[in-house]
Design a protein around this ligand. Sequence first.
Ligand code: PBG
Length: 331
Amino acid sequence: MITQNFPLTRLRRNRFDDATRRMVAEHRLSVDDLIWPIFIRDGNGGPTEVAAMPGVFRVTLEGLAAHVEEAAKLNIPAIALFPATPAELKSPEGTEALNPENLMCQAARLLKTEFPQIALVGDVALDPYTDHGHDGVLRDGYVANDESVAILARQAVNQAQAGIDIIAPSDMMDGRIAALRQALDKQGLIHTRLLSYAAKYASAFYGPFRDAIGSQGALKGDKKTYQMNPANSDEAMREVAMDIAEGADMVMVKPGMPYLDIIRRVKDEFGVPVFAYQVSGEYAMIEAAARNGWIDHDKAMMEALLCFKRAGCSGILTYHAVQAARILEGK
Ligand code: PBG
């Protein structure tokens, strides 16, 4: 890098006016970068707001098309679906995940018909369906890896057959990517993409999400035997390397903002499309501070999203997707 010294060089010159700042901007956020997560609930009626996520709603199948209409108009490329499964359908083995008529599959079919241009992302993990709130099946109090993987592979096929375009396993079992790829291919689903939650941490920032899908109260213990320790970075590289070797098309780092260093390392070391999941707790923090008048909502939101791009992201899963898209599109 060539650097001349002051006063020949004045770095502030390139910050002098808006036109110059625009010209030298290294990164840009666009609507193409946004994936919008939405919660679906059973029953009829209007949307219900998630307590710790003001502005985020659980919508019924009846209200789903109307809810997605604006995102479609704003040209948001992808939507991630999360079901709030009714308690009576939850079980120790999470078998509702395999039901071709479950909420997720019904929502996928509906959205594929109404908005064929939007890519649908399906979260693969058992926590919306288990009565203990874990992402796999429990054996002697431990989430059994291989047995869970076999079920998750069936869950992935079930979702893909209902129209999910991008399967996103968030369970953090070992060997799931290879198993899912094999199961999908066996059914001829060779175009179904795999977006692996490759580096997913055991994080305190998921609290509001667990409340939204109703797994919070139920969760026994924590997820530290499968989700990663926030202290680790080298281990994340091993997770990503394995997932790519097993057939992941894209990888995800989760949570987002406290883990920008992981995103940068993944991008530099592997050069694959990497996505950030700006999780529920991150959304809640921005909303809470803004509602208290402590930060400027729109500016803080847009800054956080841009920083994911700077860190190396191809895109961001964010509950702010529609709000950000409105600003980007000047609407
Ligand atoms: C489930 C899953 C979680 C999130 C996405 N998929 C929660 C968890 O692992 O307990 C969290 C998303 C968020 O907090 O916004 N496997």
